[in-house]
Design a protein around this ligand. Structure first.
Ligand code: ATP
Length: 357
């Protein structure tokens, strides 16, 4: 229920009392998941209209421009993952391009164990905050002479400061007690050294009430799989953030469960935490829709639609925890449609029992 996003943002336009958000289905399971979200929103009368824009790795650059313009126009989007071709060095990840052009500098995931969903540990409740626009994702690689490649990692004080501030402000706004900065400053002495120096200075000067610690990424990975309960808020540069978030998602049940927010000063894009396309699951009604539903709940909270966010979140929780409607990835035999139908029935029941709301 927490997830207060700190920082300023533009007031969001409403037409006839309804928000318009961009829906980018993307590839793999994205289109069927967006279809489920639209059904749930329609069913519970969430005050949201969707402007659907197709972006996929197989479409041209014009479609990418149209998608970026649509997100800029609406301010908010929900998105499936866009496949990235690994074998073509000229092909830049459209997911990365979208995040960097919209300056969605913070990727925020909340990894929490769900009772009845099998996991190695209980009591995990970690917020992972990842820098989302620079570092190893700067996209600057070249082969100087055959057999020698330079891959450039760029870090700037400005971007370190804003991701660090996001972590502390998030902790403050959501009653969290500790921030752990994950780095590799023992090897990347200048790049990660700057990250560590800037965040430490900020912790000492401005956030004395929040406990601050730093941890080298290799140790953080080991600590995470052996004693994840020690972590509260973790803040990380881009690539370590990618890996650490996937470890954390794996610990609480895998790619089908956790949502991820991409937040900038102007725009916000909601997607799944591990950003998979799930191509082999597409069209089979097997993929777990939980991560997408939770992304839509995050989006509703961001829009200020708390009644509908809670309605959907509680109905999904009931389906997963009380009714044990589990898809194959978490050891069950239910389909995605079973999860959606149970969620819809739970929503209907709640609306019948609380007609005054
Ligand atoms: P795939 O293996 O599905 O063809 P891929 O190789 O691109 O796709 P990812 O999309 O990165 O792999 O997904 C990683 C793994 O997580 C895959 O085994 C995929 O099936 C699984 N996965 C992804 N999303 C979900 C989901 N929503 N529910 C269940 N499993 C999922």
């Amino acid at each position: 229920r927490t997830h207060q996003i700190p920082g300023t943002r533009l007031p969001l336009a409403k037409y006839g009392g309804r928000h318009t958000v961009c829906a980018l289905p993307g590839d793999g399971i994205g289109p069927e998941m967006i279809h489920h979200i639209k059904n749930i929103f329609r069913f519970c009368h969430a005050p949201v209209n969707f402007e659907e824009v197709q972006v996929s790795s197989s479409l041209g650059d014009g479609d990418m421009e149209a998608a970026i313009l649509a997100i800029q126009r609406n301010g908010v989007a929900i998105k499936g993952n866009i496949e990235t071709k690994h074998d073509d060095p000229q092909f830049k990840s459209r997911n990365v391009e979208l995040r960097s052009r919209l300056d969605l500098y913070a990727n925020i995931l909340h990894c929490v164990t769900i009772p009845t969903v099998p996991s190695r540990h209980s009591g995990i409740d970690i917020v992972l905050i990842r820098e989302n626009t620079e570092g190893e994702y700067s996209g600057l690689e070249h082969e100087t002479v055959p057999g020698i490649v330079e891959s450039i990692k760029i870090v700037t004080r400005e971007k370190i400061e804003r991701i660090s501030r996001m972590a502390f402000e998030y902790a403050k706004a959501n009653g969290r007690k500790k921030v752990t900065a994950v780095h590799k400053a023992n090897i990347q002495k200048l790049g990660d050294g700057l990250f560590l120096k800037v965040i430490k200075e900020m912790a000492d000067a401005e956030y004395k009430d929040i406990k601050f610690e730093s941890m080298i990424v290799d140790n953080a990975s080991m600590q995470l799989v052996s004693r994840p309960q020690q972590f509260d808020v973790m803040v990380m540069p881009n690539l370590y953030g990618n890996i650490i978030s996937n470890i954390a998602c794996g610990l609480v049940g895998g790619p089908g469960l956790v949502s991820g927010m991409n937040i900038g000063a102007k725009y916000a894009v909601f997607e799944t935490g591990t950003r998979n396309t799930g191509t082999s699951l597409a069209g089979k009604d097997l993929a777990n829709p939980t991560a997408f539903i939770r992304a839509s709940v995050d989006m509703l909270r961001y829009l200020g639609c708390h009644y509908h966010a809670n309605l959907i979140s509680d109905a999904l929780w009931k389906a997963l925890v009380e009714q044990r409607i589990h898809t194959q990835d978490i050891g069950g035999s239910h389909t995605a449609s079973d999860v959606i139908n149970a969620t819809l029935i739970n929503i209907e029941k709640h609306m019948e029992e609380n007609p005054h709301l």
